[in-house]
Design a protein around this ligand. Structure first.
Ligand code: SER
Length: 315
């Protein structure tokens, strides 16, 4: 990315946004990266550089910000996650689709040249193969979140092909991090579990013991995102969204890994509606294309991630 670039992060207070913002500011300079979110930021984010309040569904407000800062690259991260969107289907669709379309069209109209947008393992569905799921398979999501991700991938590809917009995307697995809590995802048990382990040495999991899902530690996710965005455009062969993989585990397996550090830790299981969501998603992903096109590889395995999470949350 040339350093004359001006970057806008939409959803900068969120789980991915807060960490990506810090990494981008570190890489490109504080004044080159504008943070925005629908919620007023906490003190740390507010003091860390330029911030704009923005509801991404307000297209004129978005365009005012793009013009004011002469934005050339957008990271659009504002979305409603799977479990919450199942409880508010129409608002989930409205935010996830409307927000993306505003970003794509405003980018074309105002000369933003590059856009990053996260897709998800949720774009797969009940008839997708569940093990080592390939880049190109049947995709029939049956959650609002998943439907919006699959449709969003189609729109990203459309804007690339028809409007020449350099859109890039990753199908994120469940992301595990300690800086900002996620809001309402099906994979969130793998974050909650750490807080309960440290506080009460016990966790009641909302998924069954053997529910395997693809996961990734946030430092890997942030590095991968930056690497994808720094790759020369000619090497990006996937314009819908790349399969993007690191580790996969079950609640039982992450609990055993935690027990290695906190021997008295125990877990029991009370599956709720999120069990069906998890069972419609892959257990593991094949990310050969990301490895081939831009040399992707993850660094953290389950035990390394668990150790690092426990150390940071304890602090
Ligand atoms: N982590 C997300 C969720 O559980 C999946 O992309 O909703």
């Amino acid at each position: 990315m040339p350093h004359t670039d001006m970057i806008l992060v939409i959803g900068a207070n969120g789980q991915i946004g807060s960490e990506l913002l810090a990494a981008l500011r570190n890489e490109y300079g504080i004044d080159k990266v504008i943070a925005s979110d629908i919620r007023t930021p906490g003190k740390e984010l507010n003091d860390s550089g330029p911030f704009e309040l923005l509801d991404v569904l307000d297209k004129s407000a978005l365009e005012r910000i793009i013009r004011r800062y002469r934005i050339t690259t957008i990271y659009h991260l504002a979305a409603m996650l799977s479990a919450i969107a199942e409880n508010k289907p129409l608002s989930g669709w409205h935010l996830n689709m409307g927000g993306l379309l505003n970003v794509l069209q405003s980018s074309v109209d105002l000369g933003v040249s590059r856009v990053f947008w996260p897709s998800s393992i949720a774009a797969f569905g009940l008839h997708s193969p569940r093990q080592n799921t390939d880049q190109w398979v049947v995709m029939d999501p049956n959650t609002v979140y998943g439907i919006s991700k699959l449709a969003g991938e189609g729109w990203c590809n459309y804007y690339f092909e028809k409007k020449n917009l350099d859109v890039r995307s990753l199908r994120f697995p469940g992301l595990i991090s300690y800086k900002t809590l996620p809001g309402g995802g099906t994979t969130d048990y793998a974050i909650d579990i750490f807080y309960h382990a440290l506080k009460s040495k016990h966790y009641t999991c909302f998924l069954r013991a053997d529910t395997r899902l693809p996961m990734m530690y946030m430092p890997d996710a942030i590095r991968g995102t930056l690497e994808l965005m720094q790759t020369p455009a000619g090497k990006i062969n996937i314009r819908t969204s790349y399969n993007f993989s690191a580790i996969n585990f079950t609640p039982e397996e992450i609990a055993s890994s935690i027990k290695k550090v906190i021997p008295g830790f125990s877990i029991d299981y009370k599956p709720d509606f999120r069990q069906a969501i998890a069972e419609s998603w892959p257990e593991s992903m094949n990310d050969t294309q990301a490895r081939a096109d831009w040399n992707w590889h993850s660094e953290y395995d389950l035990d390394a991630m668990v150790k690092d999470m426990l150390q940071h949350i304890e602090r």
